[in-house]
Design a binder for this molecule. Structure first.
Ligand code: GLV
Ligand code: MG
Length: 317
């Protein structure tokens, strides 16, 4: 099972150019915030946005949220200054740098080496700052395994659907939505490919944005599809999407209770007192070692989400 690490059911995008939104985001119940220097910030506003982001990280109260800054991608002239200014200015109060439009392992290696230089210069432990890699084009997806293993710092692989759709000439403008002309989920392969890389290398898999921000029901429908596959969380662009993401990427109470029950029952039945049994009945269900592994996943997600169980296992008299 992949390490859950920092919680990321809801990853709130906050444009670095808006002091008002940087302020407001601090009080919202998102698991993660990412302060954006990339596509939500106009070219002329980027230098000012770097300063806003440093000030917000240092002076804000982020109340246990995972704090991330998305820098510009490495085909632009802005990336190195983004990284240096943000990490030198606020490295102490920063958890990860998100690198968008990653295309190769070399780009992650560049970021890793740059972060190491900055950490050594300003006296932070080497490796303190993690990396989030955003997959947004064909090259990124084809190279996703190499990207995932290019640095020990990589914590997440993120799907960037809008840029991805543009990069492969997809015939739709509704990000993440189903396409009536296609008899299936057009994102299935991409999501699965990212998920396999994430699970193989013990990273989190994060789904990208849904742009119809006023339609929370449609957001839920899209989120449910990646959550069902095993994704850990999704971007949110608006406060109204946060509760939905926290809910969709947490187990249902009934599933969480059941998982804890399986773990307790399996623990008991495999013990001396329980008869050292490997496969037993729990109600109408047969459970064995594979059931325990599935239950561990659901239970870990539930515990990470702070859920409390509402049932207990009682061994037979
Ligand atoms: C996000 O960056 C996207 O392109 O969907
Ligand atoms: Mg993008």
């Amino acid at each position: 099972m992949a390490a859950l690490g920092r919680p990321r059911r809801s990853c709130l995008a906050v444009p670095g150019s808006s002091v008002k939104m940087l302020d407001k985001a601090q009080g919202l119940p998102a698991d993660q915030v990412f302060l954006d220097l990339e596509d939500a910030v106009a070219p002329l506003a980027k230098p000012g946005a770097r300063k806003n982001v440093v000030a917000a990280l240092n002076d804000g109260d982020w109340a246990g949220k995972t704090r991330v800054v998305r820098v510009n991608d490495l085909t632009t002239q802005w990336t190195y200054r983004d990284v240096i200014e943000v990490v030198e200015g606020a490295g102490e109060n920063l958890d990860c740098i998100m690198l968008p439009k990653v295309q190769s392992a070399g780009q992650i290696e560049w970021l890793d080496l740059t972060l190491t230089q900055i950490e050594k210069t300003i006296g932070l432990p080497v490796g303190k700052i993690g990396i989030e890699a955003q997959i947004e084009n064909a090259a990124g997806l084809v190279n996703v395994d190499a990207i995932a293993t290019a640095s020990q710092r990589v914590e997440t692989i993120i799907f960037g659907p809008a840029d991805f759709m543009a990069s492969i000439n997809m015939k739709s403008l509704v990000v993440g939505g189903l396409i009536p002309d296609y008899p299936g989920d057009p994102y299935h392969y991409i999501l699965m490919r990212i998920l396999m890389a994430a699970r193989m290398h013990d990273l989190q898999a994060i789904d990208g944005p849904f742009l119809q921000i006023r339609d929370v029901d449609a957001f839920r429908e899209v989120a449910k599809r990646s959550a069902a596959l095993g994704f850990d969380g999704k971007w949110v662009l608006h406060p109204g999407q946060i509760d939905a993401a926290n809910d969709v990427y947490s187990p249902a109470q009934e599933d969480y209770d059941h998982a804890e029950l399986i773990l307790d029952a399996y623990d008991y039945y495999t013990s001396e007192a329980g008869g050292k049994l490997g496969a037993v009945m729990l109600g109408n269900e047969m459970i064995d070692e594979a059931s325990r592994k599935m239950a561990l996943v659901i239970s870990a997600k539930g515990r990470a989400a702070g859920m409390l169980r509402t049932t207990t296992f009682t061994p037979p008299a």
